[in-house]
Design a protein around this ligand. Structure first.
Ligand code: ADP
Ligand code: MG
Length: 487
């Protein structure tokens, strides 16, 4: 990767990254109001008086958000704080009608935790989570509809977010990407967040500083506004180069908030970094502190699904998969369900994993289609692998049939019939074909018997040719050996 070599050239600069990830929680209604929390909708149609900051309106905590936060906390192996509190973070912005954001500053609902990330070299590493807190989202200012006016859409105002803050435990763009991927996967397994980055349900701020090996952490910048993992990687690469250039030049990195400009592929200064005290945080007097009883945590824990790490371990143990293959298969719940539905008596789980990863996901990737739109569903793939396992078709043919299944959506059974591909397993029929082949190639037969062993392959090839590749190769070998020995 370009950055890695650049870092190496520049006297062992090391990047240090900590992420702040905002996950929009899946709930019917907003954090403190009964308005719909769903994405989109007619402009300003999901807004009630609380969201619009009308005088005298009081926030009422949505209990569903607390349960979602607990789920995420458990999914991050984190402490669930039985006492937490809401604070006001004061600032003016046109899309924040209250004049403050209700957040959790001093007492977040989720304390320290840890997440395992899977790196491309097959290694796994733990990344510490510092905390996660509940807060309201802001609305959206619209600047591109009129040459003199800006508009505001408050639909998103008050939608529940969980901000997950990592420790600065990441040392490359790839590791940062791996953390986002892993968090997204966990959140989706939990049904806590849909993880849709383009729609903004998962947003990530990148804190990055550079240091020379062994030194203390340097001054960091915080980059916002990336809406895909690819852009996060690009922003990190750009920002690390920018900081190295400054530092090599003897200049200082200024602690500030920067914006990622995707069109130009660069980060740009947005505002100098504000400190916590600038926001005049104070406990929100309209809201009581949150106390969570241990029984409630237990109840949520009892309902948790099997999470990616546990599933990955089970796939390794039960099916003998490599850690890497298992990680690919558990990356989403949908994939894992697909894989397990392909498995059946008589099908080798490792072979099935190979088919799902290499053939199916490979083909879908080429067509840029999600698994949910695959023309071949799990049961269709299972049927194909059963034909293969029973020897009805060869491995080579299975690949051809699969390609046709992908393009036509027809089941394996139909295609095998249509294409006349059934493997020839009839010993008598194969024996007859071999007889014909030997008759037709007397010269080669004599040469073989005279010691030219290599001609064995020639005879196999002729038999396969005669049967359009349908003859069971094992059986051909066996019968051919007998025939060549005898007479
Ligand atoms: P603040 O609360 O002022 O936003 P924090 O110290 O709480 O700042 O850190 C916010 C995020 O920045 C965390 O994800 C943390 O891991 C990361 N971070 C803190 N210091 C550094 C640094 N020097 N370099 C890179 N990341 C950092
Ligand atoms: Mg911050």
């Amino acid at each position: 990767m370009a950055t890695a070599s650049l870092v190496a050239q520049n006297n062992d600069w090391e990047m240090v990254i900590g992420l702040e990830i905002h996950a929009q929680l899946i709930t019917q209604t907003k954090l403190f109001s009964g308005a719909s929390a769903s994405y989109g909708g007619e402009v300003n149609s999901h807004v009630n008086f609380v969201d619009a900051g009308m005088p005298g309106m009081l926030p009422v905590l949505n209990q569903a958000c607390i349960d979602q936060a607990i789920r995420v906390g458990l999914g991050l192996n984190a402490e669930i704080n039985t006492y937490s509190r809401f604070d006001r973070k004061n600032y003016f912005y046109p899309d924040l009608p209250q004049g403050y954001q209700i957040s959790q500053f001093t007492y977040p609902i989720i304390g320290p935790g840890a997440v395992m990330i899977d790196l491309p070299d097959g290694q796994s590493r733990e990344v510490r989570i510092r905390r996660a807190h509940l807060e309201q989202d802001a609305g959206k200012s619209i600047h591109d509809q009129h040459d003199r006016y800006s508009f505001v859409d408050l639909n998103r105002c008050g939608v529940p977010l969980l901000e997950i803050v990592s420790e600065p435990d990441l040392f490359s763009a790839q590791q940062a990407a791996a953390l986002v991927q892993k968090l997204r996967s966990i959140l989706r397994y939990l049904d806590a967040c849909d993880g849709n980055m383009e729609q903004g349900s998962l947003r990530c701020d990148v804190n990055l500083s550079m240091r020379r090996a062994g030194e203390e952490m340097g001054t960091r910048t915080e980059t916002k506004n990336m809406n895909s993992i690819r852009q996060i990687v690009a922003a990190i690469e750009h920002e690390s180069r920018r900081q190295i250039a400054l530092l090599e030049n003897g200049e200082a990195v200024i602690q500030e908030t920067r914006l990622w400009d995707a069109a130009r592929g660069e980060t740009r200064s947005m505002r100098s970094k504000e400190d916590a005290h600038d926001y005049r945080y104070f406990p929100d007097p309209d809201l009581l502190a949150v106390r969570i009883k241990p029984a409630r945590i237990d109840a949520v824990r009892a309902e948790l699904p099997e999470l990616p790490d546990a599933k990955q371990q089970r796939f390794c143990d039960a099916f003998g998969l490599s850690s890497y293959d298992a990680a690919v298969l558990v990356a989403s719940r949908e994939r894992a369900v697909f894989y397990e539905s392909v498995l059946a008596e008589g099908i080798d789980p490792k072979l099935a994993a190979n088919w799902v990863i290499t053939e199916l996901l490979g083909a879908l990737n080429k067509q840029e289609r999600p698994l949910s739109e695959s023309p071949v569903d799990a049961l269709m793939l299972r049927e194909l692998l059963e034909f293969l396992a029973k020897g009805v078709i060869s491995g080579r043919m299975a690949k051809d049939v699969f390609a046709q299944m992908m393009s036509s959506g027809k089941p394996a059974k139909t295609l095998i019939k249509e294409l006349g591909l059934e493997q020839l397993n009839d010993r008598d029929e194969i024996t007859a074909v071999i007889g014909q082949v030997l008759q037709a190639h007397r010269e080669q037969l004599a040469a073989y018997r005279g010691g030219k062993d290599k001609l064995f392959g020639f005879f196999v090839g002729q038999v396969m040719k005669q049967t359009q590749g349908r003859a069971n190769p094992g059986l051909v070998n066996e019968v051919l050996k007998e025939k060549l020995k005898g007479h």
